[in-house]
Design a binder for this molecule. Structure first.
Ligand code: AMP
Ligand code: GLY
Length: 427
């Protein structure tokens, strides 16, 4: 029997904790720090995810056998390294392997060195403003400018004209809108196609891919307006046919894991490939070193078997590829966000309707907090209202998710109305 600690407090961590709580292998489950939703899966522990020393002490005192790290920041900051030094098993990469997300230039170099399909790109440092300007003058538009470092999901600027690109260059290098995350940039070719998210669960050598999902990154319907952390997702994505999945595994996931291992950066955890499905095949947009949010909320409910066995076997270097399989169902998650998100927004509004139970629906908490028995809004993305069906009937799953959403209310509640519509042209 295994004692588990999940690190994080978002909708993704609620989904991870809930799935782990189904496992026959589980003894005790803690979520550090968790949210009001994760209380139904395990015990919330009020330690900040940045307080690595306290997390290590907690794990030792409570005989934790496995730590599952949700967000990228603790991984990039070396939490997994420190836990491993203390002989605690971790699902999540060391800081060096997490650079695949934290440094886009490192990721791009790894991809191009190993002939893994991705957009062509050139790199520039802030000392090379004039060279970057000249490169932009000779570029084809649209083009994409990316800050090298972590910029809270905002570090990518798509530029339709030279003037826009020049303004982006000026704001990153001179006005330093991304701080040191923008000390170096990539100027990248624009790729056309639909996007898909694929999670590869790996012990560093072997891997399995979970059903593909599609995120909805923009704030507005029909993918309009600003980029967000993700306004909804659905899975499985029919655009990722079995043949395409095999191509993704052989041409992208396998060589990436091998390349990381060969340079001493073995990746243990969830390698999340953000892909563009172009006419020339799947190409890498970006890698993340963790599960995606909100894709996790729709992918995990589609797994039958023992998810904890999958994570534990990966963490100890003996991946059990048979521990889970796709159950034939489908899932749609619609994010309810605060008015104003992804810009500034108010918090502290009472959420009503959470008690209404609807069959085949899970309400994941993200930005919520509990005060005097009330659940209040406490973030940009507040809830993930998620339908889960045993059959692959996305139209019904969409209807169910929105039916459940209509029973929930808070001041300023906003949501997209077209989550999963992308799928219907492929069915
Ligand atoms: P990233 O943070 O790298 O995933 O980029 C955020 C979003 O920008 C992606 O989900 C894409 O929608 C878009 N994007 C990034 N790179 C490109 C590219 N080379 N071509 C087209 N769109 C891109
Ligand atoms: N859904 C996008 C992300 O997790 O980065």
């Amino acid at each position: 029997m295994i004692n588990v600690a999940v690190i994080g407090s978002g909708g993704r961590e609620h989904a991870i904790a809930l799935k782990i709580s189904d496992s026959k292998l589980l003894n005790r489950l803690f979520i550090i720090p968790g949210n009001p939703g994760t209380k139904s899966a395990g015990k919330n522990i009020n330690i900040n995810a940045d307080d690595h020393q306290s997390i290590i002490e907690f794990c030792k005192e409570n005989k934790i056998d496995l730590v599952v790290v949700g967000p990228e920041k603790p991984l990039v900051d070396g939490l997994a390294d420190k836990l491993r030094l203390n002989s605690i098993n971790v699902f999540g990469p060391d800081a060096l392997a997490a650079e695949i997300e934290a440094h886009k230039i490192f990721a791009k170099q790894l991809l191009t060195d190993n002939h893994i399909p991705t957009a062509r790109a050139a790199k520039f440092s802030s000392k090379e403003f004039n060279q970057a300007e000249k490169y932009l003058a000779d570029s084809v538009y649209p083009c994409v400018i990316k800050a090298d470092g972590l910029a809270a999901g905002k570090g990518v600027i798509i530029c339709s004209t030279f003037n826009q690109a020049y303004a982006a260059l000026d704001s990153i290098f001179k006005k330093r809108i991304f701080g040191s995350a923008g000390d170096n940039i990539l100027i990248e070719e624009f790729m056309t196609g639909e996007e898909a998210s694929v999670f590869a669960i790996t012990d560093g050598k072997e891997f399995i891919c979970l059903p593909a999902a599609q995120d909805h990154k923009r704030i507005g319907d029909n993918d309009s307006g600003k980029n967000t952390g993700g306004m909804g997702a659905y899975a499985p994505a029919p655009i990722v046919t079995p043949e395409l999945m095999t191509q993704i595994e052989n041409l992208i996931i396998k060589p990436t894991l091998k390349a990381l291992d060969s340079i001493g950066r073995k990746f243990i955890g969830c390698l999340y490939a953000g892909l563009m499905l172009t006419d020339e095949g799947a190409k890498v947009v970006e890698f993340n070193c963790r599960f995606g949010d909100p894709e996790t909320q729709v992918v995990l409910p589609l797994l039958e078997g023992d998810f904890l066995q999958l994570l534990f076997s990966a963490a100890i270097g003996e991946l059990d590829k048979t521990s889970v399989k796709y159950n034939g169902g489908c899932s749609v998650c619609v994010v309810a966000s605060s008015k104003g998100y992804p810009d500034s927004y108010e918090k502290g509004f009472i959420i009503k309707g959470l008690e209404s139970k609807i069959d085949d629906v899970i309400i994941y908490h993200a930005g919520t907090k509990e005060v005097d028995g009330n659940i209040l809004t406490d973030g940009g993305r507040v809830l993930g209202i998620t339908s889960v069906l045993k059959t692959n009937d996305l139209k019904t799953a969409k209807l169910k998710a929105y039916e459940a959403l209509n029973k929930i209310h808070f001041d300023g509640m906003y949501f997209r109305k077209d989550i999963s519509d992308k799928a219907f042209s492929h069915i």
